[in-house]
Design a protein around this ligand. Structure first.
Ligand SMILES: [Fe+2]
Length: 334
């Protein structure tokens, strides 16, 4: 008797956020921030590129720091569920006449073959892959807990959590729908623009029980490819408070927080990578969704400020990661 999985093919699916590839202008400052302060492990260095992971990540990396002239985001990558899903997504993208670049294994160290394309309606560079090495940490960093790749250190970021990206109000509906219909994300919470009640202002979407693995927000400057932030997860609210205390005493540009979002109910703290000035969110807590017929929660304009900030400092969600006019995308070819 065959198993259900032998008879039913769900098609290609996204499993999780994989990694962000950040262009940085000063890699030593970025390493001070991500490795020495947040506590990530530098798994590999290849010339001007550094690969890092958090202490509960077994895969090769969730952050790539590429030292380059401009601090733009080189790629947001997602891991797919099965090896064949890379090819199946490739075929679907071609069917939709979306330009796709095939990246060979090793284009990012430790990673198998990938495909790269620009998000329709957003121009953000997305990459999809399945194969990723799972190297053991050096002996002196190794944890005795087999579910940890290394010992907890620094501020204890344990995994990449989500991407928050922006696109123009004139294309955000297209981008948000495409992410749901082609990549299979589910809309969990959302809001429409107050003055354009059929245009998405913000949508929080996920392929996991998290409220969001990816958020798309309307950029008030009409920019199509801005990052707002990339988030890394801490275990507890108290860890976020400790992070705030430590970071205030360092030469790190402080954003806002700690506070708690109404959307997703997690604690936030926004800070800036000193090597790129990109906004990074420290994120802890939040509710999970197991309901298979979850109905997306709509935030009405009057309530939306509480959605962003249940308590704590207000957040500017409408401008790019570096708080000014920045290029968010390096384009399809890099
Ligand atoms: Fe976030």
């Amino acid at each position: 008797m065959s198993r259900n999985s032998d008879r039913y093919d769900p098609g290609p699916q996204i499993a999780q956020c994989g990694a962000v590839n950040l262009g940085v202008t000063d890699i030593e400052k970025s390493l001070f921030f991500f490795r020495d302060t947040l506590g990530m492990e530098e798994v590999e260095r290849r010339g001007n590129v550094s690969y890092l992971r958090c202490y509960q990540e077994l895969g090769h990396h969730s952050l790539v720091l590429t030292e380059q002239a401009e601090a733009v985001v080189n790629a947001y990558s997602f891991r797919v569920k099965r090896p064949q899903d890379v090819e199946l997504f490739y075929e679907e993208l071609k069917r939709q006449e979306i330009e796709v670049l095939e990246l060979p294994a090793g284009a990012e160290a430790g990673r198998g073959a990938a495909i790269r394309f620009l998000l329709p309606g957003g121009d953000h560079p997305f990459e999809l892959y399945y194969d990723i090495d799972k190297p053991r940490a050096p002996q002196h960093m190794r944890s005795r807990l087999p579910s940890n790749s290394s010992k907890r250190r620094g501020l204890g970021v344990r995994r990449i959590d989500h991407f928050n990206i922006q696109t123009s109000p004139s294309t955000i509906n297209q981008a948000e729908r495409w992410v749901r219909e082609t990549l299979g994300f589910k809309r969990r919470e959302f809001a429409y623009l107050p003055d354009h009640p059929e245009t998405i202002m913000a949508s929080w979407m996920s392929v996991t029980p998290q409220v969001h693995d990816l958020a798309i927000v309307a950029n008030r400057l009409e920019k199509t490819a801005q990052m707002h932030h990339v988030a890394f997860n801490l275990q507890d609210f108290s860890d976020a408070l400790t992070a705030a205390d430590v970071l205030r005493d360092l030469d790190v540009s402080y954003g806002v927080g700690p506070g708690k979002h109404g959307v997703g109910q997690a604690m936030y703290l926004y800070i800036h990578d000193p090597g790129s000035d990109h906004r990074v969110e420290i994120y802890a807590g939040g509710y999970l969704i197991f309901d298979p017929d979850w109905e997306a929660i709509e935030w009405k304009p009057a309530d939306f400020p509480e959605g962003l900030t249940w308590y704590g400092d207000p957040i500017d969600t409408t401008t790019g990661s570096r708080g000014r006019d920045t290029t968010g995308s390096a384009g399809l070819r890099r």
